[in-house]
Design a protein around this ligand. Structure first.
Ligand SMILES: [Zn+2]
Ligand SMILES: [Zn+2]
Length: 292
């Protein structure tokens, strides 16, 4: 099944990364936004039904917020919520109805006690999930880092710029989105054009992401793939299976089968190395373009 997805991506000849519709797969023509929209600064006494009623004129929707099911609360506890529209066209209509102030969008919403409070509407533009800084460079998964805990409104271009300023050599940045709503999941990946920048980034382990209102320390790790052969034996000692382990220590930075992991890490000074575990299994398998 994974194969099928990759074949689809590999089919068009892509000698180098291209910005051409990385999201075209499975999306309707003209779709520009995620169907999930953030709403912030809601009146404290507005409940789920009132939020739904406030946005119903744009089309069918469901209102959600973190831990909504467990909390049994009728009110979003932190004054923000997510609108999950059935149709993407509803999001475009909502945006058209908003008032723009600098780069922020607002819409007036009423609760039982507060009339016409401007609330912030933050849609997610699909094209903000990928950014190619240097299209001449092939994307090397071995020079790609995983960035965990990325604040939701951060765009790929912003992640690319921050990482390039810190480590140089960024050729691509991507924000991981969920396949259903195509909304950011809070993680991203950055590909570097050279080994020095890659090692500098993973050696730092944490990076301070600063951009506009955002200032957050996030984790940086090597991006671990599940379809790599053991770098020591090329699969000879493990029946040609993909390597289950990756050693992120800069003295190794290799994929190993179980046999080779044990051999290499019995050497003095390497006993303390720990295999890096791949990030959540639901990570998107198909990448926006073919890796080199
Ligand atoms: Zn091996
Ligand atoms: Zn190691």
């Amino acid at each position: 099944m994974e194969e099928a997805g990759e074949v689809q991506h590999a089919a068009p000849p892509l000698p180098s990364p291209s910005r051409s519709s990385p999201h075209s797969q499975g999306s309707e023509a003209g779709e520009r936004y995620s169907r999930k929209v953030f709403v912030g600064g809601l009146p404290p006494d507005i409940d789920e039904d009132e939020i739904t009623a406030s946005f119903r004129r744009f089309g069918p929707l469901v209102v959600d917020w973190p831990h909504k099911a467990e909390s049994k609360s009728y009110f979003p506890p932190k004054g923000y919520a997510f609108l999950l529209f059935q149709d993407e066209s509803s999001v475009q209509q909502l945006i058209d109805a908003c008032i723009q102030d600098e780069d922020k969008l607002y819409l007036c919403v009423s609760s039982p006690t507060i009339k016409d409070k401007p609330v912030q509407i933050r849609p997610w533009r699909l094209s903000d999930a990928d950014f190619v800084l240097d299209a001449s460079m092939p994307l090397d998964p071995r020079k790609t880092v995983f960035v965990g805990g990325v604040p939701r409104p951060l765009k790929a271009i912003e992640l690319a710029m921050i990482m390039d300023r810190l480590y140089g050599g960024v050729c691509y940045a991507g924000i991981d989105t969920d396949p259903e709503l195509k909304y950011p999941k809070g993680a991203g990946r950055v590909a570097f054009s050279n080994q020095q920048s890659y090692i500098a980034a993973i050696s730092a382990r944490f990076v301070q992401l600063q951009h506009g209102d955002i200032d957050k320390r996030v984790e940086v790790k090597p991006y671990v793939l599940d379809d790599q052969m053991c770098d020591e034996c090329q699969g000879q000692r493990c029946g040609g299976k993909f390597a289950p382990f990756f050693c992120a220590n800069v003295t190794c930075l290799q994929y190993y089968c179980e046999h080779c992991w044990a051999t290499i890490h019995s050497r003095p000074g390497r006993e303390f190395h720990k295999p890096l575990v791949k990030e959540g299994a639901d990570r998107p398998r198909t990448l926006p373009f073919r890796w080199c």
